[in-house]
Design a protein around this ligand. Structure first.
Ligand code: ATP
Ligand code: ZN
Length: 305
């Protein structure tokens, strides 16, 4: 008798992995919700069934996200660039091709992966680390950075509490995530070199999506672009004499080309400009001095380019 044919069922719902508990959980969920997604939670909350679109959520540890995408169990994930780059660099170090890539930066979860040394060291550059022991949870990224700087040092891999390693005598210095620097200061350490600027990103496969999922993934990425792009944007509406445009427009370097139409037939124009930067009072006053009138700043909820 021939053995039964094993077939992996083709999925027709997109699976997005996000962190279950941690710094990226709430902002990741909020971002996906603002893309119009909603879920019916399962009681154990490891899997949330998408109600408004065929997009389900998988709630996992952030470190598992790149592997879930690489294995095809998930299609996209929200993860720190630090975690994604570390795992990709680890794969490269083992001679394997990366199967996961960064598809979008999301503008939250910002932090730096930095080298920190005891406060009393007078930092003179990476060469100071030669022959020293460096504690880190990011051995692959640290190895790359040391190689780039031509420094040979011992890497002590720790899974947590890296910042107390120098005090415990486990290491001379560390390579760890820093946001405010308060944890370093509490351990008499100071950051001296940044090796990675990190933020939350959308990770996805290097290969193409299955045809059944490609359309859903494109829809989600398009909505994400709309939300991320306009997060700090405002619609600026005002009027200005045509003759003043030469003074007014240079004050809007971060705006999309404005829509203009004539009003009153006396050389006056009505303008609408989508500004991606912060529109402060000071900026409005400068615009007014340059000839703009009736300035209005409006919030932008969503955009489809
Ligand atoms: P998990 O249980 O999912 O493994 P974790 O302890 O690894 O959680 P968190 O501490 O919640 O993860 O951090 C998640 C991500 O938040 C980090 O990988 C990083 O990208 C980002 N982040 C932002 N600021 C910081 C910070 N000051 N320290 C650590 N991570 C930060
Ligand atoms: Zn983690």
């Amino acid at each position: 008798m021939s053995p039964p044919i094993q077939m992996t069922p083709v999925r027709d719902r997109l699976r997005v992995a996000i962190q279950k508990n941690g710094r990226l959980s709430d902002p990741a969920r909020a971002l996906l919700s603002s893309c119009g997604l909603s879920w019916r939670e399962s009681p154990d909350k490891l899997f949330c069934y998408g109600e408004s679109a065929p997009v389900d959520l998988l709630l996992v540890r952030d470190d598992d996200i790149p592997g879930l995408i690489a294995s095809g169990l998930c299609d996209l994930g929200v993860v720190g660039r630090n975690v994604l780059d570390e795992q990709m660099s680890d794969q490269r170090g083992k001679g394997r091709e990366a199967s996961v890539r960064e598809m979008r930066a999301l503008g939250f979860g910002g932090c730096r992966l930095s080298i920190a040394v005891p406060n009393e060291w007078e930092w003179s550059g990476p060469a100071m680390l030669a022959g020293k022991r460096l504690a880190t949870s990011y051995p692959a990224l640290l190895r790359d950075w040391l190689a780039l700087n031509g420094v040979e040092a011992d890497i002590v891999e720790l899974s947590g509490s890296v910042e107390i390693a120098p005090r415990l005598g486990q290491a001379d210095a560390i390579c760890d995530l820093v946001s405010s620097g308060a944890t370093l200061a509490a351990n008499q350490l100071k950051a001296v070199e940044d090796i990675l600027q990190s933020e939350a990103v959308i990770a996805g496969p290097v290969r193409d999506f299955d045809p059944a999922l490609a359309g859903i993934a494109e829809m989600l990425l398009r909505r994400l672009d709309g939300v991320v792009k306009i997060r700090d944007s405002k619609l600026l509406m005002f009027q200005a004499p045509r003759a003043a445009l030469g003074d007014v427009l240079p004050l809007l370097p971060d705006a999309e080309p404005p829509t203009m139409y004539p009003v009153d037939g006396e050389g006056m124009l009505a303008l609408q400009a989508l500004c991606h930067g912060v529109v402060t009072w000071q900026r409005l006053e400068e615009l007014k001095r340059a000839g703009a009138r009736g300035l209005m700043v409006l919030p932008v909820e969503r955009m489809l380019a």
